[in-house]
Design a protein around this ligand. Structure first.
Ligand code: AP5
Length: 190
């Protein structure tokens, strides 16, 4: 049986959100995207949104304490009991450690971390194309560059963290959405 407690890891534009949506359909488990939740909070002007907005616009990480609270609240909802797809969380060592503690409390374990690998030129191309279509405020060249640097410095080290636990599968994120989706399915089954 395919794993049901999953983490998709990868740089901005790697396809975490796109592949999560496919898995929501095929596995019938919820996507837990801190980026989507924070954008919704900014839009509705909640206290979390007000704390997050400036960091997001600059392409920097929202402080750990804020994001950990958002993720914990979401993972404790009833629909996450049968599984979940983490998209964009954790992104720092402190967040990964906090996730470990949340999972202990929930009595479950993370079964797979799928790391999507895509070279930077392609990532920038994808995000600039999305900027034309969707106009996300952090999809501009300067902010994209900051997001890439932040990923390299703070999030990429988590690949080793999950490799050491034996749950990591690294896949090529280049190709059609369907082709990458098949590789993701393969990584969950292996
Ligand atoms: P978040 O929303 O998580 O953004 P991100 O990591 O920058 O991810 P993206 O949504 O840009 O990329 P993705 O990998 O999901 O790719 P997607 O499928 O969308 O975070 C935004 C901000 O929120 C952060 O900068 C930070 O400030 C804050 N934040 C969020 N979580 C946080 C945390 N844990 N801690 C602290 N701060 C946090 O695809 C991208 C584009 O490419 C789309 O247009 C898509 O259609 C296209 N595409 C996808 N797959 C393919 C393919 N195979 N071929 C061609 N195009 C493709």
């Amino acid at each position: 049986m395919s794993a049901r407690r999953l983490l998709l890891l990868g740089p901005p534009g790697a396809g975490k959100g796109t592949q999560s949506e496919r898995l929501v359909k095929s596995l019938a488990i919820p996507q837990v995207s801190t980026g989507d939740m924070l954008r919704a909070a900014v839009k509705s002007g909640t206290p979390v949104g007000r704390q997050a907005q400036g960091f997001m616009e600059r392409g920097e990480l929202v402080p750990d304490a804020v994001v950990i609270g958002v993720a914990e609240e979401r993972l404790s909802q009833p629909d996450a009991r049968s599984g979940f797809i983490l998209d964009g969380f954790p992104r720092t060592a402190a967040q990964a450690e906090a996730l470990d503690q949340m999972l202990v409390k929930l009595g479950v374990t993370l079964e797979r971390c799928v790391a999507l690998q895509v070279e930077e030129d392609e990532l920038v191309k994808r995000l600039l194309k999305r900027a034309e279509i969707e106009g996300r405020s952090d999809d501009n060249e300067e902010t994209i560059r900051t997001r890439m640097r932040v990923y390299r410095e703070q999030t990429q080290p988590l690949i080793d963290y999950y490799r050491a636990r034996g749950v990591l599968r690294e896949i090529d994120g280049l190709g059609t959405v369907e082709a990458v989706g098949e590789r993701v399915q393969g990584a969950l089954a292996s």
